[in-house]
Design a binder for this molecule. Structure first.
Ligand code: XIL
Length: 364
């Protein structure tokens, strides 16, 4: 009798139909993301890797990391021609030991540059050489370890006009009257240095359809048509609760980029809430509104095969750039709280991943 019961249980629980009907519920973002073939990432600071909860949460919940600052120019080339790869290498070692991918950020930006560069009074010919050396050396150093780069960050202003910058026209690298040619040059050098890396243009406030995202679309369309090596567009997504309207055209924006054969990655998501002086949301109900916004972005991403990564800027409210950036006005913007406990935003993303019906391979 007991033998029969055991046999019956064996048959029932090994039946494919039953397993299909009751799939195991993934408990972590990483498990749920792995099931649907999407990358789920967080921006990290290697100075916190020695904190067990920081490292443990990262390895459990994410299959990708991106250095929040460690690969920016000010850290990688603090003096002309002198490169420091220690902070960035720490991110790579952490990730590789935990089978996580590394997204590189960034090779060229108008901000976060060292003083020697900002106030160097270089001629265009000199700057051309400085830019080439930097991109070639940094992308070359990380070849085989960084699977994707934000090659150029934030080149357009909100009206879709190219920002003034040392690279473009102050004085520029010799292409000041040629629009996006300096950006194209950056992509070409990055591709030469690491032909296997996926190359992205990354910007903020260009999530839905607006003047800035139109300008980005026009640029990447032109790049694709002329064979400039570009693989995707990063949508930063530094959001506030009021941004929900702007997201109504997120899907359309992702679709038009996908139609060009480009990937889209959500690169820097956070949803800053109005906070009290001790960092708590002013209105406790905002935490659920925040979760709804996270879920909306996650659902939109997972329903588009072109959206290959979903990443937050940090992951726990203990360390987030938002309170500093907003002078204490906003914060509590991430899916884990200051004690690394999951918030409703975490559940929102997890549920969006769990209920997604896709299987794609984001990396080549
Ligand atoms: C921010 C970092 O989070 C801060 O620690 C740093 O002081 C400034 O840069 N867009 C980007 C990121 O592409 O690199 C920025 O990161 C946030 C806005």
């Amino acid at each position: 009798m007991r033998k029969n019961l055991a046999l019956l249980l064996l048959i029932v629980f090994s039946s494919p139909a039953l397993r299909e009907a009751a799939p195991r519920r993934q408990r972590t973002l990483r498990e749920a993301a792995d099931r649907i073939g999407i990358l789920v990432g967080a921006a990290v600071d290697p100075r916190h890797f020695s904190e067990p909860d920081y490292a443990g949460t990262l390895a459990r919940e994410f299959n990708m990391v991106e250095p929040e600052n460690a690969m920016k120019w000010a850290l990688t080339e603090p003096a002309p021609g002198q490169f420091d790869f220690d902070p960035g290498d720490a991110v790579v070692s952490f990730a590789e030991a935990r089978q996580m991918k590394v997204r590189g950020h960034n090779l060229l930006w108008y901000e976060h540059n060292p003083k020697w560069l900002e106030s160097g009074q270089f001629t265009p010919a000199e700057l051309h050489g400085v830019m080439q050396r930097h991109i070639t050396t940094v992308a070359g150093h990380y070849a085989g370890h960084v699977f994707a780069w934000d090659v150029v960050n934030e080149a357009f202003d909100s009206s879709g006009v190219l920002r003034h910058s040392i690279w473009f026209d102050q004085p520029g690298i010799g292409l000041a009257d040629k629009g996006t040619a300096y950006i194209e040059q950056a992509f070409r050098w990055a591709h030469e240095a690491d032909p296997k890396a996926l190359l992205f243009y990354n910007d903020y406030a260009a999530e839905g359809i607006n003047a800035k995202s139109d300008a980005i679309y026009a640029m990447v369309k032109d790049f694709k048509q002329r064979g400039v090596p570009i693989d995707g567009v990063g949508l930063q997504m530094h959001l506030s609760l009021g941004d929900v309207d702007k997201l109504s055209s997120l899907d359309a924006n992702i679709s038009r980029l996908a139609a060009l054969g480009l990937q889209v990655q959500i690169t820097e998501l956070d949803v800053g809430l109005p906070i009290t002086s001790d960092g708590q949301p002013r209105d406790p109900a905002d935490t659920q509104r925040q979760a709804d916004l996270y879920a909306l972005v996650a659902r939109t991403c997972v329903t588009s095969p072109a959206c290959t990564a979903f990443q937050t800027w940090g992951f726990a409210d203990k360390y987030s750039w938002i309170p500093g950036f907003t002078h204490g006005a906003r914060g509590a913007g991430l899916p884990f709280d200051t004690q690394y406990q999951p918030k409703p935003a975490f559940e929102g993303v997890l549920n969006a991943f769990r209920s997604a019906n896709r299987r794609s391979n984001p990396t080549r």
